[in-house]
Ligand binder design. Sequence first.
Ligand SMILES: [Zn+2]
Ligand SMILES: [Zn+2]
Length: 919
Amino acid sequence: MAMTGSELRQRFLDYFTRHGHTVVRSSPLVPAQDPTLLFTNAGMVQFKSVFLGEEQRDYKRAATAQKCVRAGGKHNDLENVGRTARHHTFFEMLGNFSFGDYFKDEAIEFCWELLTGELGLPKDRLKATVFTDDDEAFELWKKHAGLSDDRILRLGEEDNFWSMGDTGPCGPCSEVHFHQGDHIPCAEEQAGRKCLGPACECDRWLEIWNLVFMQYNRDASGKMTPLPKPSIDTGMGLERIAAVIQGKSSNYDTDLLRPLISHVERLAGKRYGADAEHDVSMRVIADHARAATFLITDGVMPSNEWRGYVLRRIMRRAMRHGRMVGLVEPFLWDVTKTVVEILGTAYPEIVEAQGRVAAAVQQEEERFAATLDLGMAKIDEYIRTHGRSVQVDAPARDPVRAASEARGAVGPAPTSKVVDGQFLFTLYDTHGFPTDLATEVFEEKGWTVPKEAMEKYDAEMEAQRARARAGASFGGATDGEGSVEIYRQLSAQLPKPEFLGYTEMATPARILALVAGGRRLTEASQGQTVEVILDRTPAYAESGGQMGDTGAITGRDGQGTIEDTYYRGGHLIVHRVRVIQGHLRENQEVAVSVESRRRQGLKLHHTGTHLLHAALRRILGTHVAQAGSLVAPDHLRFDFSHGASVKDSEVAKVEDLVNEHVQANIVVTPAEMDLNAALQSGAMALFGEKYGDRVRVIRIGDFSTELCGGTHLEATGQIGLFKVVAEGAVAAGVRRIEAVTGEAALRHVGQEEAALRESAGLLKIPPLELPQRLQKLLDEQKQLEKQLRELEARVAKGRAQELAASAKVVGGVSVLSARLDGLDAEGLRSVMDTLRERMSSGVIVLGSAMDGKVTLIASVSKDLTKRIQAGKLVQETAPLVGGKGGGRPDLAQGGGPDASRLDEALARVPGLIERWGAV
Ligand SMILES: [Zn+2]
Ligand SMILES: [Zn+2]
């Protein structure tokens, strides 16, 4: 039997372990130190600062199996996923890395030995590519692989040159390609040209491994200078190499993905391979279930913003494809179970998060179901009403479509079937149907969404935003571009400041740099606010939810107040300082101290947060995971994943459990350890934290163990008291608890107690009797309200009696028109009901003015409606008070704004009856 995907992953890591590499855990999909990057999309992401020389690790060779997501952007078009054999949103990248250790020689040797020796790929089916003038790599392939000259291709910059950005490390690459066979279709050959081999877009030669030789440093002018210690970064997609090893022509047929398709087959009762369009849908669901599982595990939740939006797009696309294979009930959450079965051993975090993932996916499915059905119906309707134009054959737009068309899967795209941007906008704005999804649906049905349509859509969106802006106020100023740039430079020049704040509250230090307005200063004087970087500091920079420290900084000829502390440029601790006297200068020796009262408040609430997190997991279940946290000096806020609402009794239990551990006065032990050791010891890893080699673990007895860089108490007893002050929902599947500890908790309890005492004082009873007494008062109030209603009804009846007596006879008909100010429509109707009981035959019109508004009600007894209609009476009289009305022949209602003419309107009634009623 061929090697499984899991065996392959392990063989790769074992091979490099034998060759002196340290196996490093996959970093989370949400990049910890690069807020500009959407998702981790390559193995090198977690080593970026090591490659840049900003960070040292205690190994020089590493190997990883890295989880990656590529969705949208230049790397991957979401629309292609499912339509091809190789596109994925989620995939695993195997890689080996050298940080200034070995270079091209060993990199090529390792690569060749692993592919042909370990994995047993036949040499005659492999070719290598090198950068145009990389003679060194060319010779090394001959030396290690024994490849003849014609099996080593020289390719240009577009294919075989890599750079980290416009400036910084860069260098040539070299790739290995595997020959799958010439029976595979090639677009070049179909067009009458020759297949380009490894350089061709077709699948005959499959790129399986890319080796990057980081050889140069490029400066702003574009000049490249050789790096003193060149590095290696390689990447091999696991799904791809698994397909090659297992002899499958599609990644989806490997054991890494095929079980997911089987799961969909079972749910849908359809067979994979029976219908080309259904096959696409099954592949889409298989791929997207993996992405959703891993993204939610790493803390991304579906939302309308950035990362959350990409996840939502992926999930919604899967749901639509579910509909296409007949799955109407939520199904994607069920498929995530198979993802865990396949990949749970390699990535234990998805086992831990299993329940939370399924709940979040199911909730999103339920939420979107109605929108999806309505949107699809609207699109079908649009296609029916706008699609009657002549069919015109147009050339296919892309090779993917060309391939599907060749198989007869997608019809030709007639140019006359063009979607209007206004329709897309309405679909989104009114029905909430995502535009990218709509575009995809239209394109599948052979329609075009032209550039003009999207421009029209954008114009509508912009107008919408302008309307929204007109009603909103402007926010505060943000850091300028200059600030980002200066800290990028400083982080490359300055050493990482030493943080002493776990043990020290004050220390001597040296000023390394002063920055203001995006520029470096040599000194700052009284009245100025500057950002100060020190070589060492006791001040904690805002991170992990804990707010930054404040404090003081004192030099020989000046002093300043530290107003806040935060990170800039990755690892620089920056103090925002207001100079209150004299000068602060670069290179000056100073004394730095942290404001201890505020710090104590932060410690109380941070340790309280850890206790709360642990208590929530005990009371609500281990699916509870931190989704956000704020630690302030006087309160804490903790967001966590939980699918249901939290009962009052559960909140009380959580609070009690925390206070139990406060009273037990448990020692808080911080320890530095190896990440793997920490995870094995059961520490909860928070997403978004950087997994360096050495991590700080905070242990509170056997109750709580967390990876955390924050500052904590020595023992839990210092908390004194823990009080939850609020609990509620913040987003789908995310709850928030706000709580206070220590002095703030006592203050909170004190305020509640004072309110209680004041209330009891008003009632002149002891506070503990309040609940019963209030219940009694509420019951009494209900009783009184009932009596009042009865009384009002009796009064209305009495009035009706008086009124009935004032009826006149006009033309043989009893007519009553009267004004009853201060009654609303309901009051008038109740009087009317009583009058109708008393006058078996006749016409009644009642009017009332209240708060400048007139209400008119007319009633005609059944024996008279042939001649006189209530509706007509109101139509004739309401215009006099500036309004209108109408109704049935026996009962009608109307009104208007002009109370000054109500008497006139009522006075008209007898005349009208006389006119209509004459026999
Ligand atoms: Zn080709
Ligand atoms: Zn913490």
